[in-house]
Design a binder for this molecule. Structure first.
Ligand code: DGJ
Length: 734
């Protein structure tokens, strides 16, 4: 299977009114949400992005032609006689000295291309539009399809398809389109991370050369760049001009910022193909993943807002209130006992939970993480009457029932591995080193795929299950597939997407959570096939403040699972107040993951108050605009959500460390309507009486009325708190 089945364009993504048909030799101007995309489509080469950035207003043909002319660069000494623009698919045959857009060959030939347009299709609407350019290189016997869209949110997305029209095999090594970024971008930002500390920001000057982020894990990874951004000096959450990109793929992938001495900077991304992974037989094609581009002159928050708006406009974006989840993992781990689980369910119902998820350990041979993966039958020893008594008990309490699965994996100690050792991805005769005592099933093998599909389908058909927590707990190592053990990550990734889709087709009401050793499969393509991500195995609120802060760079909070855990935290052993844990989980898709039956009556009561608050504010949090304040004392974080109409907002002032000064001064609350008057009050129960400022701050005791402009420019005095305390502020328009 070499065709990457792309996610079809969702209705509503495209232009409202479309006019089709255009010829090469024209310059196209698409506009949406304050963004202009000007693309020159010459008759003799692949298109050139002339401008991607601020809205240029209404431009006539003459101005567009002049914009193209104005962008032509001077001839440099010792360079090509005729300077060349950056093309969407950069080709070495034009003298491009950076990374070529297409790398491949036909037994050593056809390694350099010169594509020429054969058909151009344009759809322009009041808010964005799309361009499809078909190209051919007859000598190389290849065709190239380029799709470029400006979505109503102002996001761009693009992908390319290369097809072999010749007689022999053409091997694709790399296929990635490039977007040009102006020289004003001098700083680079992206994310790194590790297990339980996913999405750690890193920044550096954008210097000459390539900043290449490569992933060979076979899953998105804890250290995926997520959003690779370049921008003007000092760009922050709310200031600076920023260009960013996201490579939407859950297998091996690349994201690159490349600055050449010719003065050009490009952003590109695509799948990272293993040797021989995509060998196109005559007539076969390969499509790159969707790559998204975002521009904003309002810093990283402006970039996040475009991604959030785009995701929220998808027809399958969850619209029902995101339920309060109770998950059994950190409550009981593998110690599954029906009575205890029902007691936990009753406690969950009492605090107001709405969905109960039975995590790992329910299936055959799974008494620890040593064994059982692949044996997707309810364990008869632990569940003599099957799962029904638990499912029925949970549902009788008014909660939805969810179940954990890890369908892509297999323990060598399982009936499945013993019966089908050939279904395990491996290189040659050797097995990959184990990770968490497990291996990866070869879902490119139709029999293995059919087995997993049948098992999951049966479990979903036999029980009233509303939710699957879909885990994936190891990297793919030497993932050879089929009899010759050919590289199989590409096929595996597409097979998993197909598996999600087929299950959703058969069980349309079931939501799926993308979990992978915590937050290791977080990307926009997996979210085309699932409904939420688990952000991290670490639910220590101090770590979670930052993990969520940066996961929000791509995803809106309703898609990010966040649970209130125990104190001390199971991953860090750090202790924390319940108010800090709950006030942190509040700003995402809220849940609880601790043994509620062991909580004191006071803690259960306090937790119930937090659950009630979440239910009260989730409408605001899950539709509003993310705000993260700049220039905050490093021991503080200030973030919030502002309603789309600016009428309401909830902020968190979070103390993560110890400030150098005795009081941290004022905190600014940005993102409100400048002219509107707001009343700022402490939001219960986030207004922890233990926070000394609650008593000492005059404005907090009485509440204050200020304009949005004053709240952003002057702010309010911060409370004197301790590390790991937070204060919630409700900011309502008067
Ligand atoms: C890793 C997940 O991230 C956890 O939440 C839990 O589901 C375990 N796997 C179960 O094995």
């Amino acid at each position: 299977m070499t065709q990457h089945d792309p996610t079809p364009l969702a209705p509503g993504d495209g232009p409202a009114a479309a006019a089709s048909g255009a010829a090469a030799g024209r310059t196209l101007h698409l506009r949406a949400a304050g963004v202009s995309l000007v693309v020159d489509v010459p008759a003799t080469s692949v298109p050139v992005v002339v401008h991607w950035g601020a809205d240029l207003g209404d431009l006539g043909e003459r101005h567009l032609a002049d914009l193209v002319t104005a962008g032509r660069t001077a001839r440099a000494n010792n360079d090509l006689d005729e300077p060349q623009p950056v093309r969407l698919l950069p080709e070495g045959s034009w003298g491009w000295g950076g990374r070529p857009g297409l790398s491949g060959h036909r037994a050593g030939a056809a390694w350099s291309t010169r594509f020429v347009p054969t058909a151009v299709e344009v759809e322009e609407g009041p808010s964005g539009g799309r361009l499809r350019v078909d190209c051919a290189d007859e000598a190389a016997a290849l065709t190239l399809g380029i799709e470029l869209e400006l979505l109503p949110s102002g996001l761009l997305r693009h992908r390319a398809t290369v097809t072999n029209t010749g007689t022999g095999v053409y091997e694709v090594l790399d296929l990635a389109l490039s977007l040009p970024v102006p020289v004003v971008a001098t700083e680079l930002f992206d994310l790194a991370g590790r297990w339980a500390k996913e999405r750690v920001p890193q920044r550096r000057p954008l210097t000459f050369g390539s900043h290449v982020r490569e992933n060979r894990r076979g899953r998105t990874g804890p250290d995926a760049p997520l959003v690779l951004a370049v921008g003007t000096a000092g760009f922050g959450f709310r200031r600076g001009e920023v260009w960013a990109q996201h490579t939407a793929f859950s297998g091996n992938h690349r994201s690159i910022a490349e600055r050449l001495n010719s003065g050009t900077t490009t952003l590109s991304g695509g799948e990272l193909l293993l040797p021989g992974e995509v060998r196109l037989a005559p007539g076969e094609g390969y499509a790159s993943p969707w790559v998204f581009g975002a521009w904003s002159d309002a810093g990283l928050d402006g970039i996040a807002a475009r991604f959030h708006e785009h995701l929220r406009a998808r027809p399958h974006h969850p619209t029902s209130p995101r339920p309060v989840v109770v998950n059994t993992w950190e409550a009981v781990y593998f110690d599954l006992d029906l009575d205890k689980l029902l007691e936990l369910a009753r406690a969950a119902a009492e605090v107001g939970a709405e969905r109960y998820v039975l995590d790992d350990g329910w299936f055959r041979h799974r008494r620890s993480d040593d064994a059982g993966l692949g044996d997707w039958y309810v364990d008869e020893g632990v569940w003599p009457q099957g799962l029904r008594p638990l499912v029925d008990g949970v549902r009788a309490l008014g909660l939805q029932f969810g179940l954990w699965v890890e369908p892509e994996m297999v323990n060598p100690d399982s009936d499945l591995a013993r019966a089908h050792p050939d279904w395990i991805l491996r290189g040659g005769d050797r097995l990959p080193p184990e990770s968490r005592q497990q291996q990866v099933l070869d879902l490119g093998n139709p029999d293995a795929f059919a087995y997993v599909l049948e098992r999951l389908d049966a479990i979903l058909s036999e029980h009233e299950i509303s939710y699957l927590k879909w885990d994936h707990n190891r990297d793919l190592v030497e993932a050879g597939s089929g009899p010759v053990r050919a590289p199989g990550v590409h096929a595996q990734t597409l097979a998993v997407y197909r598996l999600f889709d087929e299950l959703r087709r058969r069980h349309p009401g079931v939501e799926i959570e993308s979990c992978s050793s915590g937050g290791l499969r977080v990307d926009l393509e997996v979210l085309e096939h699932t409904d939420r991500v688990w952000a991290s195995d670490c639910i220590d609120p101090l770590e979670r403040q930052d993990i969520q802060r940066w996961t929000l760079q791509l995803l809106p909070p309703e898609l990010i699972g966040s649970h209130v855990g125990a104190s001390p935290s199971h991953t860090t052993h750090r202790t924390s107040d319940l108010s800090f844990r709950a006030g942190t989980a509040l700003f995402a898709s809220f849940g609880v993951e601790t043994d509620l039956t062991g909580l004191s009556a006071d803690d259960r009561e306090e937790l119930a108050r937090w659950v009630a608050l979440y239910k009260d504010v989730r409408g605001l949090l899950h539709t509003g605009t993310l705000v993260r304040a700049d220039d905050v004392d490093p021991s503080f974080r200030v973030h919030g959500t502002v309603a789309p109409d600016g009428s309401d907002a909830l902020f968190a002032v979070v103390q993560t460390g110890t400030p150098d000064g005795s009081v941290p001064g004022r905190v600014r609350l940005p993102g409100l309507l400048p002219q509107a008057e707001y009343e700022v009050t402490a939001q219960e129960p986030g207004h922890d009486p233990a926070v000394r400022g609650g008593r000492d701050l005059p404005w907090l005791a009485s509440g204050v009325r200020l304009t949005g402009r004053a709240l952003e420019a002057a702010g309010v005095a911060a409370p004197a708190m301790q590390p790991q305390q937070l204060l919630l502020l409700r900011v309502r328009r008067v």
